[in-house]
Write a protein that binds this ligand. Structure first.
Ligand code: ATP
Ligand code: MG
Length: 313
């Protein structure tokens, strides 16, 4: 019996959210309302989501030994995630992000920096660090490390979910060991040079053979290809304060859905609901709902269906 439901290997970051009443023009000048320091980062926030959903979650990654590293560590500790295998790097700044949040829409623009001193060493990811869990969740940034983790998981028949936002060199070595791809809206087109998202998802899935190839679509929800069929799940309508971390919460919720053996349509709906609820408050982990709140909202919440995705097969 594995000790954990899910282990996540990848990024954390400490965000400075900068609240703007309007987005500045290039070369322009704009006042900001306030700034807020807040924990985030792809895999760390996904694991915080899993923990909130009642799963036994473990996070493996690196932290700087500065104030931002401490803010992140305090938040991870408070969320009840197992941190036995994180590494705190000496004389190293934690990954940081400056996130411009446009108050009129809640949309965020991210400027981020990660020092080389934070790189995860693939050799540190010994098999027992992966086989202690029922599911592995990764991102793409430290590609050799997540590649090794995914290889180990595949060898032990542990399902792998991956969150990928951009092109990483060497990511083609990760994809063959992925079971559930959850890409950002830009990734499929950029990876395949195919602008049609349906064809792009099919190309990736046909080449690498993952069970589910999916992409998130911001306020429009998510699109997935499974068993040769497409499933479009519209987004939920909320009073959107800040979209920061919406993707990360979606990924964490999707991990929960896989472990709970939800059918893919239900998994997308649940993950959309969790992500939308997180947009109702400021910060990457602004409002991570519990299972009951998300399920209730998934039943009662209004949907925003984009006809572009409704009309395809
Ligand atoms: N404005 C919004 N209103 C409701 N739901 C949203 C909104 N924006 C995003 N979401 C939800 O969050 C999910 C992920 O959003 P999106 O595709 O924008 O990810 P992302 O911007 O790549 O993620 P991140 O901000 O974490 O880097 C969507 O599939 C949707 O369910
Ligand atoms: Mg977004």
């Amino acid at each position: 019996m594995p000790s954990f439901d899910v282990v996540g290997v990848g990024l954390n970051a400490t965000d400075t959210l900068i609240l703007l009443s309007r987005f500045p023009a290039y070369g322009g000048k704009a006042p900001f309302e306030r700034e807020v320091l807040s924990p985030g980062g792809q895999v760390a926030s996904a694991m915080a989501t899993c923990a909130k959903l009642g799963m036994r979650a473990k996070y493996i990654g690196t932290l700087g030994d500065d104030e931002r590293g401490r803010v992140q560590l305090d938040s991870l500790r408070a969320s009840g995630i197992n941190l036995d295998d994180i590494e705190i790097r000496a004389n190293c700044a934690n990954q940081s992000a400056y996130i411009l949040v446009d108050h009129s829409t809640g949309e965020r623009t991210v400027l981020w920096h990660r020092d080389e001193c934070l790189r995860i060493d693939p050799a540190s990811l010994t098999p027992e660090k992966i086989t202690c869990a029922r599911l592995l969740h990764i991102d793409g940034h430290d590609t050799p490390a997540v590649s090794r983790a995914a290889e180990t998981a595949r060898r032990h028949q542990i399902p792998v979910t991956v969150a990928v936002d951009t092109i990483y060199p060497g990511f083609d070595r990760v994809l063959p060991n992925v079971d559930y791809l959850i890409a950002s809206s830009e990734f499929p087109g950029r990876w395949t040079h195919e602008p049609d998202p349906y064809r792009a998802l099919a190309m990736i899935q046909n080449e690498y053979g993952m069970r589910v190839a999916a992409m998130t679509l911001g306020a429009d929800g998510a699109l997935a290809r499974v068993d040769g069929q497409y499933i479009y799940s519209p987004g939920f309508v909320v009073d959107c304060i800040d979209t920061t971390g919406a993707g990360d919460v979606f990924h964490g919720a999707f991990c929960y859905a896989v472990i709970e053996s939800m059918p893919v349509r239900e998994a997308l709906e649940f993950s959309n609901a969790m992500a939308a609820l997180n947009c109702t408050a400021l910060g990457a982990r602004g409002h991570i709902a519990g299972v009951q709140e998300a399920r209730d909202f998934a039943l009662s919440g209004g949907r925003r269906s984009n006809p572009r995705f409704e009309q395809r097969p």
